[in-house]
Write a protein that binds this ligand. Structure first.
Ligand SMILES: [Zn+2]
Length: 386
């Protein structure tokens, strides 16, 4: 990001223009300079990334998604989707130029009433009521949100029958995918991708992620960036996006350890099959008099990352009913104002979830990086204690 202006192959693209565009929420889903899609990330390496994407890439994203869904669903599944008039519900972080929000805005414009966009910030009873009314055939929540909604479905408060639940953004503990599939009586799709390469991979029926290696070069490597053979866990993985020409991404370090299957996957898909190690959603669990309340990480991180002046943050559950907020604040910013705004946003989300009793305290330490240099934004209390 520090040398943004030297990077795009189209000299009209500059950081100043891109920043002005993404600071305007009215432009979500609109074209930047009349021809590009602009996306931002929350910045797990300490800096918000701005990505410029050409239409060729968007076409590859669509093609890879259709190929993936085509492999997962049967002809009968497609008939059911048509019978439900293709109704699609998305649950996502709203209010920023995030990949899912931009996709939702575009779909909504094209498909109108066939698409229902729900916010991850909505209280659970409201989400349940709206989903019951809408009855989606296709459902695309964040993975941790899907786990919470599966609880609602199991409890009988939610009663929807989607054909496909396609999860995004996070990994879940093994076993959760099957539970979600059982709860909804649906196929569960899960993908592993990044804003740097949105079409990276999609799962198969045998629990492996197939890398779309016809459009992305991927290299599992060790800590010295030397190649790692299939069958061995890598330290990280480098990816080169072969579709996007306006802002080339070459050998980008994803920061996750992967294991590539050495033999052909029994599903018959010839694309490389991988598993991502140690990737699981950081759902926080709090005790209340009415039972445990589980809050997905995105609901908590959104109000913090949208505060101007926060360059990096980390939210750690230090005790069952205590959260420690660690911030790194931009220079020349009034630190107290930033703290107050971030805390207020966080308390609002807690209150909406009936968690007024949870203590929020300012952490004395700055955020600490984890393995691979990435910052984990939410750190739950160790699972043994909850
Ligand atoms: Zn497979």
């Amino acid at each position: 990001m520090g040398r943004f202006d030297e990077w795009p192959t189209d000299r009209e693209v500059t950081l100043a223009k891109a920043q002005a565009f993404i600071e305007n929420p009215d432009m979500i889903g609109e074209y930047f300079l009349g021809r590009y899609t602009l996306l931002t990330t929350s910045g797990t390496t300490g800096r918000r990334g701005i990505f410029v994407i050409d239409d060729r890439t968007m076409a590859v994203v669509t093609a890879m998604m259709l190929r993936w869904i085509g492999d997962l669903l049967s002809p009968g599944d497609f008939l059911k989707i048509i019978a439900c008039r293709g109704r699609m519900a998305m649950v996502m972080a709203t209010g920023g130029h995030f990949a899912s929000a931009v996709a939702a805005a575009r779909l909504k414009r094209r498909l109108g009433d066939h698409v229902e966009v729900l916010s991850v910030h909505s209280p659970m009873p409201e989400l349940v009521a709206r989903l019951n009314r809408f009855r989606p055939a296709l459902f695309t929540p964040y993975a941790s949100m899907a786990a919470l909604l599966a609880n609602e479905q199991e409890a009988g408060r939610l009663h929807i029958n989607p054909v496909l639940v396609a999860l995004s953004a996070e990994g879940l503990p093994e076993g959760e995918y099957e539970r979600i599939a059982r709860a909804f009586g649906a196929k569960v799709g899960n993908s592993y991708a990044a804003t740097e390469c949105m079409f990276f991979s999609g799962n198969c029926d045998h629990g492996w992620l197939h890398v779309n290696s016809d459009w992305v070069a991927f290299e599992p490597v060790d800590a010295d960036y030397q190649p790692v053979a299939p069958g061995e866990e890598s330290h990280t993985v480098l990816i080169s996006n072969l579709a996007n020409r306006v802002q080339p991404i070459l050998r980008y370090d994803l920061g996750d350890s992967v294991l590539q299957r050495p033999d052909p996957c029994p599903c018959g898909n010839p694309l490389p099959a991988i598993r991502v190690q140690g990737r699981s959603a950081d759902v926080l669990t709090f005790r209340t008099s009415g039972g445990d309340v589980r809050v997905p990480p995105l609901a908590l991180t959104q109000p913090i990352e949208t505060v101007r002046g926060v360059t990096l943050f980390q939210l750690a559950q230090s005790e069952p009913e205590r959260l420690e907020l660690r911030l790194r604040i931009a220079p020349m910013t009034n630190a107290d104002t930033v703290w107050r705004e971030a805390e207020a946003g966080l308390r609002k989300v807690l209150a909406e979830n009936g968690l007024e009793h949870v203590v929020v305290e300012r952490g004395g330490e700055p955020p600490e990086p984890g393995r691979g240099g990435k910052f984990r934004e939410v750190i739950p209390l160790s699972r043994a204690c909850t």
